[in-house]
Ligand binder design. Structure first.
Ligand SMILES: *Cc1c(COP(=O)(O)O)cnc(C)c1O
Length: 214
């Protein structure tokens, strides 16, 4: 069930701060997506390729689909024709494949580089060396455009730890090579306010809007 009051409240809170809301609709029904769409929401985030392909085919064409999950290279081709922003670019190899598939579709696909900031082992993302590899080779990719960075803090009750992790992403975002970056995607249902304090420009919120995923 969609929490419409929460949605309206969140939109007001975020728009006053110039922060973009991506409504994370993974596992949620097309009806749930439509009910937020009818309130004006256009940016939706999905984690699974097949699910995204099905939803895209069935739902209004002016939805901006963000792919926020871990993307396998062999599946890029399925979303390349329509995806708005691929947020989880976590390897050089993946970026190369996105460039290749975007060329086939005659598109330039916008991407965020996912950086590993959580102290937890399980989260995906690039380290400093991999970021450097992208930076050195980015000129050869004509069909991708890096718009900024994405990161996920640890799932933890330790506020100080989360704040430090989010802050570390902002530091990387501020480096000189980011002059043309405009998107810093960090913050989820549990930590979006802290993420905004740390400089986030885009939050990815699911359970707060759609209820727990069970
Ligand atoms: C699921 C997911 C979210 C949303 O998480 P909530 O806690 O439900 O807001 C945000 N970002 C990513 C990458 C996710 O996988």
């Amino acid at each position: 069930m969609v929490n419409k009051e929460k949605y309206t409240e969140l939109v007001n809170e975020l728009s006053s701060q110039g922060v973009t809301l991506v409504a994370v609709s993974k596992i949620k029904s097309k009806e749930d997506i439509l009910s937020l769409y009818n309130l004006g929401q256009r940016d939706f985030g999905e984690n699974y390729v097949q699910e995204l392909v099905d939803k895209e085919a069935a739902l209004p064409k002016d939805i901006r689909w963000h792919f926020i999950g871990h993307l396998q290279s062999n599946k890029v081709k399925y979303i390349a024709p329509f995806v708005h922003l691929i947020q989880g670019v976590d390897s050089f190899k993946l970026l190369k494949e996105i460039n290749k598939q975007a060329a086939k579709c005659n598109r330039i696909i916008e991407c965020l580089l996912q950086v590993h900031i959580a102290q937890e082992e399980t989260k995906f993302g690039m380290n400093e060396t991999e970021l450097e590899e992208v930076r050195e080779n980015i000129a050869e990719f004509n069909h991708v455009k890096i718009r900024g960075l994405m990161g996920m803090a640890s799932f933890s009750d330790d506020k100080e730890k989360i704040k430090n992790e989010l802050g570390s992403l902002k530091k990387i975002f501020n480096r000189p090579w980011s002059a043309e970056w405009s998107v810093l995607s960090m913050g989820m249902s549990g930590d979006y306010q802290m993420a905004i304090q740390e400089g986030s420009t885009m939050v990815r919120v699911g359970s707060l809007l759609f209820g727990a995923r069970g």
